[in-house]
Design a protein around this ligand. Sequence first.
Ligand SMILES: [Cu+2]
Length: 325
Amino acid sequence: MRFVVLAGATVPACATGAFAAKPTDWETQFQPAATDIMAQIQWFANYTMWFVVPIVVLVMALLGIVMFRFRASANPTPSGTSHNTLIEVAWTVLPVLVLLFIAIPSFQLLTAQYSPPAPPAVTVKATGHQWYWSYDYQGGGKQDVSFDSLMLDADGRKDADKTDMAQYPRLLAVDNEMVVPVGKVVRVLVTSGDVIHSFAMPSFGVKMDAIPGRINEAWFKVEKPGIYYGQCSELCGQNHAFMPIAVRAVTPEQYRNWAASAAKDLGSANKQLRASIAAGRKNDDVASGERAGTVRLADAAAHEPPYGSQGATQNTTPGTSTGRE
Ligand SMILES: [Cu+2]
């Protein structure tokens, strides 16, 4: 039995142009996966259910049988059986097998979560504060970009021109999103300026505690452009519910332009970026409905990211050092 199917788990296609992963009303399942890791997590969750559900049904059925067939009135003189070798071997071996079938793909997934497929193209430090996030892009001193990201209230939403509630949902929209390129490994260094927070992006399969005085590392590789939402996931005080995480994934070219101008003026860089995304969407709508949702691999290959150099030398996973996809 081989479990390579894990690696083949695919990210569900999304044909609509402005792909955004966010919580929805009455949601009982995972958000759509935006990274391959999240697709693998979803696969593993569904796979585990194939063991969980039959076991629950079996145990409930056995309980039912015991309660009805062997109740005192139906079975006044109970059997004195105390040993049955076959049953004892079976109920030892079967659970061991079940655990093995769960453990092997579980360890494979765990390994994948700690093994980025390439050296990081972008490194961002995400610092949790009471109650907002701040992002520092590692630009090697040349193009350092640092900003705070605060949740928008009703007034701020108007000022920021983010009144479209579908794209900028209540309690999730922020003034400045973290901007990342699609198809690239993004390393996030998670820390905190005060109490423990947690950087959680459900559609990326990332949840990392932000602990003061300590740096934790996570990574993700977003497959499709769009805005993705997460929230602080460690109870951190009064406004814990109001420090959302918004990540805007854009094409590598858009990212490069944004990073260059954000180093000088973040406000106008964000404006340019939104204009560029809107223009791209219009072209895509004309050309093909599917286009906006696809990762442009040609672009990804053609443009070196601006923040590639440190990551490539610092954090190289053995065997993957040749790196760029
Ligand atoms: Cu928090």
